[in-house]
Design a protein around this ligand. Structure first.
Ligand SMILES: [Mn+2]
Length: 306
């Protein structure tokens, strides 16, 4: 239990310190990546880290009701602030993100930023976790386009490049919540050529949470798993604050129920991307994003306490 009311105090994620007082290595390092030059529709998720941090303060009131852990008490967590970017320079920023992630200690949790940022994170982390990690990917979009409206890198292309560079193993990766308009050849490339397991939002609704959990476990097995969570995987009725909303998406309870059952996976990192607070209503998008990150940290805490 926090000893201050939630509207008071430092505005870091879950009020984590920026470093540990004993100088020890953190279990988890949270960073913000205030970058949205890769967006193809509405920009604004450069404010995502600030929005998610602010909303996270609602979650300081106690332990997870079922997992019975508190990330701030059961893990040694820091919020190291925002990564530097080169304002206005997309590709230079991507390189800078990669370089800074290489220097981060502990289990990385990144608050985006648009989905471009996952590519430099995966590049940086290939040293630590090896190539060919499994992607556990919540999104309305497959993000395997080969170009971003004329540019090579953007928020629609990270997993084309990640697959081509061998950073992820698409055949052991799963995308959940997919439903956006997409050219047939892009979808065929994603499922048939690359081999991603794609679970549409409708399949989540009709098949249920347990079927999705089983599909995730079967697909990723014991491989290292990188969780990338695009908030537009959630329905715009519950997460309107994002640049490319698509109707028919997951409800927050569905994503939480799926996540809660995946604590036994070999989770190595996560990012939470595409939160654009200017389009939000009553902070519901930022709160959803903060709650998904909090839930992920709770999974890590359960594992640590075992
Ligand atoms: Mn998306």
């Amino acid at each position: 239990m926090n000893d201050q009311p939630t509207f008071s105090g430092r505005r870091t994620f879950l009020q984590f310190p920026d470093q540990l007082s004993d100088g020890q290595r953190p279990d988890v390092t949270v960073v913000g990546i205030p970058f949205d030059l890769g967006t193809t529709n509405r920009p604004g998720c450069r404010f995502g880290p600030a929005g998610i941090r602010e909303a996270s303060l609602m979650l300081l009131d106690g332990d997870h009701p079922e997992l019975r852990v508190n990330p701030g008490e059961d893990l040694r967590c820091i919020d190291a602030g925002d990564l530097d970017i080169a304002n206005g320079y997309l590709e230079k920023s991507v390189d800078m993100i990669e370089g800074q992630v290489r220097g981060i200690d502990g289990h990385l949790v990144a608050l985006g930023g648009d989905h471009t940022v996952t590519l430099p994170i995966l590049r940086a982390q290939a040293e630590r976790h090896g190539k060919g990690v499994s992607l556990l990917h919540f999104d309305a979009h497959v993000d395997t386009w080969k170009e971003n409206f004329g540019g090579p890198v953007g928020h629609g292309t990270p997993f084309h490049y990640a697959a081509q560079e061998g950073l992820i193993d698409p055949k052991r990766s799963i995308q959940i919540g997919i439903r956006s308009p997409v050219d047939n050849d892009v979808m065929d490339y994603t499922t048939d050529e690359l081999g991603f397991h794609v679970v549409s939002a409708e399949q989540v609704h009709t098949g249920g949470v347990e079927a999705v959990v089983a599909a995730v476990k079967k697909t990723v097995g014991d491989n290292a798993v990188y969780l990338t969570f695009d908030i537009d995987g959630i329905d715009p009725s519950q997460a309107p604050g994002t640049g490319t909303p698509e109707v028919g998406g997951l409800f927050t309870w569905q994503a939480l129920a799926i996540m809660k059952k995946l604590g036994d996976l070999n989770l190595v990192s996560m990012d939470m991307v595409e939160v654009a607070p200017a389009y939000d209503q009553a902070q519901i998008t930022s709160l959803a994003a903060a709650t998904f990150v909090w839930t992920y940290l709770c999974l890590l805490a359960v594992k640590k306490n075992k």
